[in-house]
Write a protein of this length. Sequence first.
Length: 400
Amino acid sequence: MATFSSDEFVNREEELKHIKDKIVRLARGDPFAPKERVFHLVGPSGIGKSCLLEECYQFVNSLPQSIPILIKSYPLRKKDGEFIENFLLAVCEEFYKNQKKIVLNKSGRTLLKFGADITKRINEYAEEHVVVLLLDEMDIHQKEVLQSIEEHLLENLLENSKRVMLITAGREPAALNVFSLRPGPENIFKLAVFDEKNTTRQLEKLNPKLVRIAGKIRKLGGGVPGNNKRLAGLVSGEPLDILDDLQAIQFLLIDIKQKIEKPFHFIVEAICILSDFHPEDVAPLLENHPALGGQWDEIRIREVFTNLRQARIGPGGLINWDKEKRSWVMEEPTRKIFELELQLQDVNLWKQLHCTAYQMYQKWGEELNSQLYRQKAIYHRQCLQSMGYDCLNLQARDDQ
């Protein structure tokens, strides 16, 4: 089931080593509590979660007396029938396929009984072997689906065996309900974007001639490994280079934009300068966007949020509610690419929107005595200053 090429693997060596060490110690019989055998790989789309998960798969698959079971949630969600049934059947198929045995038949069993039978077979095998369950795209599930996965498989799988490990991947840690399935901070890996050094390492594996433009590729792709790889395919000329920055950015966004209804494209353009937002933050930007304008009340904006949330980036939404920030957010690497497109395509609109945001937060910071709003105002002022502008000279230009 693994599709990733290990030849392209870079910059996740520390996380991989930590997981490999735990697997090796499990194989030799070292005791670990269930939560010590649970790992979460966390990060935005294209950051390399699936690649790291599949690298773990390859490692386990290379070990004697060990079985990896890799399950990708999104394809199962698209199948007909109840998700939990498709999930259990996929786990069962992968488990028996690796042993080259006939798959356990669900016929005549309830889902709870089928899940219990799969759990029993895996745990029996894990008395002398290591079983690593790798679950990709776990963040796309609603709470009730996660609880069903726990009830039908995970809880008893980890509780009743000493050699079963669980590794999940998603934009956020899997919100598992059972306490023993919640790993400590040392087992939660938040995968960061690549710096120029690691972008260079990645490009060197793809094509050594690309190393000279690693800095440019990192800037355009935001350091997201998936973006780096896509941009590498656009390079041409002698010496190799990306000849049109705006065209390259639009290439990265083409699949995403196709999933956003056209009337909402200008809305994304307006809000892409905000790292987090509520309806009241967004309203002045929409009202000041030349292609939008008009009155934007909270009800109308929340309807927009619902629509944008339904636009998919991989298995996730274009915007989502961030529990830590307690606000709406666009996935940060994607937001930055949208903003870079705006800056390259219409720098005056980019300046106008940042100026609107600066004035809004500056006003709120004073009226509400809010340090948070003051900090946001400073951020937007710094964005303008980085381009040699501030709101005063923008206003002076408009008055001429």
